[in-house]
Design a protein around this ligand. Structure first.
Ligand SMILES: Cc1cc2nc3c(=O)[nH]c(=O)nc-3n(C[C@H](O)[C@H](O)[C@H](O)COP(=O)(O)OP(=O)(O)OC[C@H]3O[C@@H](n4cnc5c(N)ncnc54)[C@H](O)[C@@H]3O)c2cc1C
Length: 584
């Protein structure tokens, strides 16, 4: 499990990172290979995720488009020998170093377009147990070498990128134990367990974890814990932090920590480690709460004349005590894309969303302010999709009808179930469709933030104002709870040449193009995050801080930074766990 099934028999020979279809999809999506490269192109939901990808054969086939692959270093070769002596699989193969040098952040996709690998690790290792992880960390501690845990590599904050080289500790072989105990309502899973695999196994037993992020197919359980992930169903089931019952982790001294299930004395060690992004400890196993899978589902799309009315309706639904499993609210532009009828999206906007017409996209993105204003001037509405789960149709319908009454009070128009079903069918695919935009010379950033209900609308407008001069801005509101909600912004801006152009220019020109692209991206990113911090909102709801939001963490935590730094020193005295992320 964790590794692709077909590789299972040869795992020791090829510890590598598997899933060639995903690599093909990634490269194809960036326009770096032709779509004739193989089956599955652009179809994999998990395309674009380099760390979980790549058989050597596929990598070699495309070495010409990945750029120069990283060379094995003397340090890497020495580490590989020492790691192998611990009976842990390890590799300095250039293809493994390349695949472990990036995640799904926009920075990673820009590197891929420019065919550079600025941060390769020295070696990649695949431990199979908590004891092996502990041995690896002790080895790294003695030599003061960084250890960067990597699960599926779907993180979007640069958290899994080995900024200072060292050992990438790939968790995909940490797939034991896997024990489902329906009676107890718990599953034990290794940290490297693939999300989709876990979901399928639970589903067979008519059970569910209630966690459904679009990255489910590729992300790992350990990655969820490390980023405190939240999925589509969070309004009913909570975030991963609400699902964890106990865990096993290895700290920076190589000590194995096991937390107790149930109430804990004193501060809760388990909760303390969640969201620490590999900087305090490496998760190896976890016990998660599971539920009986509900038999029935009720879904509805409701249209509101204004964002304000839509926000009031969702807030009141949650405050009334109802617990929808889906509560997704879209701003007017997002409503056009995520909305009720795909045919209603004006064609030029479709080009913008899909990157199908590179020239049109680039032209439009040269004047983002004008573009944002033109879209504001379109007759707009805000779509809300609501869903309820239960064991009987009566139960779900009763809750659904109660929610519709609340929506009616805020002037919501019930559009029925069909548009909501259409929305749900595309909800998991949409976030993966970014690669063509990068290939067309744009960047896409997703910024997930959160605040309380009274501040939500002001936060939305503040981020739009801050970013609208530099990028097309759309947003949806998710993870609704009685006290507040998350907002997920998508920022689409101009970022250098197209992939085709970049591939045909000399190396130094490609690097200058990358620099310009990064500057454009950084400018809008910093403007948006400054607005978030000014509004007193959290800078990351579920994607982590990584390296991309680090500069803003002090704005949120203030003096709390001191306490967190002391914790870092206590858990990781040699400073080897994922350096350069979150705190440092
Ligand atoms: C298209 C797309 C959609 C997404 N949608 C969502 C969404 O709806 N909700 C959501 O929460 N996230 C979403 N994400 C982000 C991402 O999937 C999550 O952050 C996920 O939890 C990362 O898991 P991973 O296994 O891929 O971790 P990685 O990307 O490998 O690592 C992420 C961070 O966790 C650390 N880490 C990984 N494994 C461990 C471990 N065992 N112990 C300690 N630290 C570890 C890494 O060092 C890094 O800092 C999305 C990503 C993409 C590409």
């Amino acid at each position: 499990m964790g590794l692709a099934g077909s590789d299972a028999g040869t795992r020791m020979d090829r510890p590598g990172l598997v899933q060639p279809v995903e690599l093909r999809s990634l490269l194809s999506g960036t326009g770096l290979i032709s779509s004739s490269a193989g089956p599955g192109l652009n179809r994999s939901d998990s395309g674009g995720c380099p760390n979980s990808i790549a058989t050597r054969s596929v990598m070699r086939e495309h070495v010409g488009v990945t750029g120069r692959l990283p060379n094995a270093t003397a340090l890497g070769k020495a580490l590989r020998r020492e790691i192998a002596a611990l009976e842990i699989a390890a590799s300095c193969d250039a293809t493994d170093l390349w695949a472990a040098s990036r995640d799904c952040s926009s920075a990673g996709l820009l590197w891929t377009k420019a065919r550079v690998s600025p941060h390769p690790p020295d070696v990649v290792a695949w431990p199979e147990s908590a004891e092996q992880v502990a041995a690896l960390v002790r080895l790294a501690g003695k030599q003061r070498v960084p250890v960067v845990p990597v699960g599926g590599g779907t993180g979007t904050a640069g958290g899994a990128v080995p900024l200072r080289g060292g050992i990438v500790l790939d968790t995909k072989r940490l797939t034991r134990p896997l024990r489902i105990d329906a009676g107890r309502g718990a599953v034990d899973a290794g940290a490297g367990t693939n999300g989709k695999r876990l979901d399928e196994l639970l589903s067979k037993e008519r059970l569910t974890l209630g966690h459904g992020p679009p990255s489910l197919r590729t992300a790992t359980v350990g990655g969820w814990l490390a980023t405190r992930s939240a999925g589509l169903l969070s309004s009913r089931y909570g975030t991963v932090a609400d699902m964890v019952l106990s865990l096993t982790a290895v700290d920076g001294s190589g000590e194995i920590l096991r937390t107790l299930e149930g109430p804990s004395a004193g501060p809760d060690l388990c909760k303390l480690l969640l969201g620490s992004e590999g900087t305090l400890a490496i998760f190896t196993e976890v016990r998660l709460r599971i539920w009986r899978r509900p038999r029935e589902r009720w879904l509805r799309a409701v249209r509101f004349g204004s964002l304000q009315d839509a926000l009031a309706a969702v807030r009141e639904v949650l405050r009334s005590g109802l617990r929808p499993h889906i509560a997704s609210l879209h701003d007017p532009l997002d409503t056009l894309f995520a909305g009720t009828d795909p045919l209603r999206v004006p064609q030029p906007l479709k080009w913008l969303a899909e990157g199908a017409q590179a020239e049109a996209l680039r032209l439009a993105l040269r004047a983002p302010l004008l573009l944002n204003r033109l879209i504001d001037a379109l007759p707009g509405s805000s779509l809300v999709v609501l869903g309820f789960e239960g064991d009987t149709e009566d139960d779900t319908a009763q809750e659904g009808e109660a929610a519709l009454v609340i929506c009616g009070k805020e002037r919501g128009e019930d559009l029925g179930a069909a548009p909501a079903e259409w929305w749900l069918a595309s909800a998991h695919r949409a976030p993966w469709r970014q690669a063509p935009l990068f290939a067309a010379g744009a960047f896409v950033e997703t910024l997930d933030v959160a605040t309380t209900w009274p501040r939500a609308e002001a936060l939305y407008h503040a981020v739009r104002r801050a970013a609208e001069g530099q990028a097309l801005v759309r947003a949806h509101f998710a993870h609704a709870a009685p006290e507040g909600c998350g907002i997920e912004f998508t920022l689409l801006g101009l970022a250098g040449g197209t992939a085709a152009e970049v591939s045909s220019v000399p190396r130094d020109e490609a690097e200058s193009d990358l620099e310009r692209a990064q500057e454009a991206r950084d400018a809008v990113w910093n403007a948006a995050l400054t607005a978030v911090a000014d509004e007193g909102a959290t800078i990351s709801h579920h994607s982590g801080v990584g390296s991309s939001r680090q500069a803003f963490l002090h704005r949120e935590l203030g003096d709390g930074m001191r306490a967190l730094r002391a914790l870092k020193q206590a858990f990781d005295p040699h400073g080897i766990l994922n350096p350069g992320k979150l705190l440092s």
